[in-house]
Each structure stands twice: as C-alpha cells, then as structure tokens.
Design a protein around this ligand. Structure first.
Ligand code: SAH
Ligand code: F3S
Length: 432
C-alpha cells in the first residue's frame, strides 16, 4: 500500500460535490493518488450532509464500519462537510478512531488539517480558493461556486449553521475561473451557491444578473446553468440576463416550500404565495419556454389540510416541469423546533404521495409536448443505462437519450428529434 492514497465518499448537494472536487484536486497537487477502494487508502474522507433525516446516525454507522478497517490498516479518517460542522468535536468523542473533523469553511485549509489540526470548524476570513487545481469529474461541464453560505435563516434549515454567513467571490475571480474551465475544454458552466442569486461582488457590488451576462458572454460557453435561486432575490437584472442570452439554460429551480402564506411566514421564507406567483409570472412573461422546478416541504409544524391544499393548487397553477418534495425533518438548533411538533408521520407521508400524484400529470403533459420536435442537445457521454445510446440535456434541462454517431465529440450541440417521453427523460434520434 502506497502511503499517499486517498478515498473520498460524498453525500448531499452540489456544494458538497464541489468541495470534494476541491479537496481531491488539492491532494492530487501534493502528490496523493485517489483510489476507488477504501481498503487501499491511507486517508479516508467522508464528505457528509445534514440537511434531513438521521444524517448524524448515518455517519456514525459508517464510521462504525471504518473502525474495523482502521484496526487492520494504517489509515487516517477525516469527517468533512455539514455533519462535521454540526457535530464538531462530539464526533471525536463518540468515535475516537476519527483523526480529524473539518467543516465546509475549511475546504481551502486542508493543509492545516493534514499537519495535525483535529477540529477545523471555523469560517476563516481568508477563504482560499484554488480553482486551477480542481479535480473536475466531467469533461464537458465545470461547476463554479460564486457564493458560499446563506444569510436567509429559513426556520427549518441547518445550512446557515453548517455553511456560515454569505461570502461572495470577486466577480473577476469567477470570470477568470470560467475562462480557465473553457480553456481546459469544458463547454458548460454551472454557477453554484445556496442562494446563488443573492450574489454581490464584494469589490464592485455588481449583482447576479451582471455576473450571469458576463459569464454567458465568455467565448466558448455553450451553456450556462445556475443553482439554487431564492424567490425573494429574483430581480429584473437576472430576468433580463436570462432573456437576452440564449446560452443561459431555460430552466429555473425556484424552491417554494409551501403554497400557504401562513406556513411561508412561519418558515420565514420572505415572500407570500401571491408574491411568489407574481415573480413566476414576470419570469414567464420574459421567457415563455422556461422549465420551472421547485422544492416542497410537507408536514411543517402546524401545516393543516387547508395549507396543504394551497400547496397542491400552487403546483397546478405554476405547472412545474420538475419537483422535489420532502417530509419536514426537525434539525438540531433550528428555530422551527420551537414552532411545534411536526405533523403526524402518516399524514405527512400521505401528503407527500399526493404531491407526487398531482405533479405526475403536469410533468407528463410537458414531456409529451416535445414529441416530434427537434431540440438542441448538449452531448455529454454514453447513456448510463444503455451505453449504446448517447445522452445529453436540452436547453431547458431535460435529459435526452438518443441514437446517433458516437464519433461526434463530447460537448457538441446536436439536433435531436424526440420520439417519445419516458418517466423523467426524453428519447430520440440525432438528425444533424
Ligand atoms: N438553497 C439551498 C437549499 C438547501 S436545502 C439549495 O441549494 O438547494 C434543499 C432543499 O431541502 C430545500 O429547498 C428544502 O426543500 C429541503 N429542506 C431543507 N431543510 C429541510 C428540513 N429540515 N426538512 C425537510 N426538508 C428540508
Ligand atoms: Fe436553507 Fe433557506 Fe438558505 S432553505 S440554504 S436557509 S435560503
């Protein structure tokens, strides 16, 4: 066993994926080799998520498995990510075979941890960001963080605790990273942040719309995406940037959480049902072909059947193409714990099912509407389930599996005629 091999396991959201890319790139730069088998590693990193469910228990049970490995091999074990931030040195107490814990604020400070720091859960002023060493898993797409942390403090959410206060990266740094990603052969850029559209350049004050336009205008950017927007931060400059740049994806994930203004107030979402619908109408007026997507929480403390009916009616009114729904999960230390008990679990499960049923018909209608059309698809590799098929995404972010000439270079925009819609995806044939 070489003494400089590492294994990383990643849970959770795109921010965690990106943190893994940064950690991995940093280690490789120092001469470490990444391995896919944990038993071959001299360093094991668990990059953890605590957004819902029994996240902490999952991590401890995984650590239980690794304890055995540690008794056989000379291996260091580190816990990174949001559970590390949330639990801090409690992890070292409960699982003393863990060598260090490091939170999301310390991804750029891995060197201190490797030199022996055991608990790194602060949010350093100096957030080092070495984008040139990022270990990007995709040959066609680069994800770029533009803002870290979140200042919104929704009452159910652990993210403000685990990822800290908002810090935007300088505008010119972001554009330089995008240029470097394009120079390395990538054609698709995805800008990331917990509230990506709260972006403000710390030096010039330029906003998210200005950054979107600047990135869309970097030569070679075939497609530009971004995640996740907050409804209260949508402004005219963002809408105009999307309308005016055809390479900005016609897809907008705009989490609503609930259709009831009463619940939204208790969640501290900073908008009412009416305000949200008004924002959606403004966007749709500017970009009629937009594919809207959302997140919904059912069973928030005090949610009544009437509140829930308002969520169903909002889903129908907006006509979301995609939707993600979750049962409320009480998170340690969040203000929602004081609002009351979660809704009875059986009722929450039933509401979740009814959400998916209501959405199914809307999604089908949208998917069926593409049949017979020729859509530009950004080709990004063989299809996961059937490697004889090619796969890619449309402008409005639907996955398309299609037949065509596999000699076409990855990252090409290909015209694909859509034959039919599957459960979540489209199928077709390349025509160009
Ligand atoms: N702005 C973030 C939101 C993070 S969490 C982003 O980048 O997506 C993603 C989704 O998880 C939220 O929109 C919400 O619907 C859900 N969620 C967050 N906390 C939750 C909790 N305590 N219980 C259930 N779902 C939760
Ligand atoms: Fe969480 Fe609300 Fe921010 S959902 S990430 S506190 S916008």
């Amino acid at each position: 066993m070489s003494d400089q091999t590492f294994f990383i396991e990643t849970w959770g959201c795109q921010m965690n994926d990106l943190d893994t890319q940064r950690l991995s790139g940093n280690l490789k730069l120092r001469g470490w080799t990444r391995v896919d088998d944990e038993s071959e590693a001299s360093l094991i990193l668990l990059n953890t998520c605590s957004i819902r469910d029994k996240a902490e228990q999952k991590v401890f049970s995984r650590l239980g498995e690794l304890r055995e490995l540690k008794s056989r091999n000379d291996v260091r074990i580190g816990v990174a990510g949001c559970v590390a931030q949330q639990e801090g040195d409690r992890i070292l107490k409960r699982a003393p075979w863990v060598d260090f814990v490091m939170g999301p604020g310390n991804v750029g400070h891995l060197d201190e941890v490797l030199e022996g720091k055991r608990v790194a859960t602060d949010f350093p002023e100096d957030r080092r960001y070495d984008y040139l060493t990022m270990d990007r898993p995709s040959a066609t797409k680069a994800q770029v963080t533009i803002i870290e942390g979140c200042n919104k403090n929704c009452t159910f959410c652990i993210v403000p605790t685990t990822r800290g206060r908002e810090v935007s990266r300088p505008f010119d740094d972001v554009v330089a990273e995008v240029r470097a990603a394009i120079d390395s052969g990538r054609v698709e850029i995805e800008l990331l942040g917990q509230t990506v559209n709260a972006y403000r350049c710390p030096i010039t004050g330029r906003d998210f719309g200005a950054l979107l336009s600047a990135v869309a205008e970097v030569p070679g950017v075939l497609r530009l995406r971004f995640m996740t927007s907050h409804p209260a931060e949508v402004n005219d400059s963002m809408i105009a940037a999307m309308r005016d740049h055809r390479n900005i994806s016609r897809y907008l994930h705009l989490p609503v959480q609930s259709g009831s203004s009463r619940v939204l107030r208790r969640m501290k979402r900073l908008y009412s049902r009416e305000k949200y619908l008004e924002v959606m109408a403004r966007i749709r007026e500017a970009i009629p072909e937009i594919h809207f997507s959302t997140d919904i929480i059912v069973g928030f403390p005090g949610e009544t059947e009437e509140d829930f009916q308002e969520t169903i009616s909002l889903i129908e009114e907006v006509g979301y193409g995609s939707l993600f729904a979750f049962k409320y999960s009480p998170r340690p230390g969040t203000p929602s714990l004081k609002i009351g008990e979660p809704v009875d679990d059986a009722i929450a499960s039933d509401r979740l099912t009814r959400i998916f049923e209501a959405h199914e018909r809307i999604k089908r209608e949208r998917l069926d509407s593409y049949r017979g059309k020729v859509l530009p698809v950004l080709y990004d590799g063989p299809s996961r389930n059937d490697p004889s098929m090619m796969t890619g995404r449309t402008d409005d972010n639907w996955v398309v599996n299609f037949s065509g000439d596999p000699a076409i270079p990855l990252g090409s925009l290909i015209g694909v005629r859509i034959d039919h819609a599957q459960h979540h995806t489209l199928r077709g044939e390349a025509v160009t």
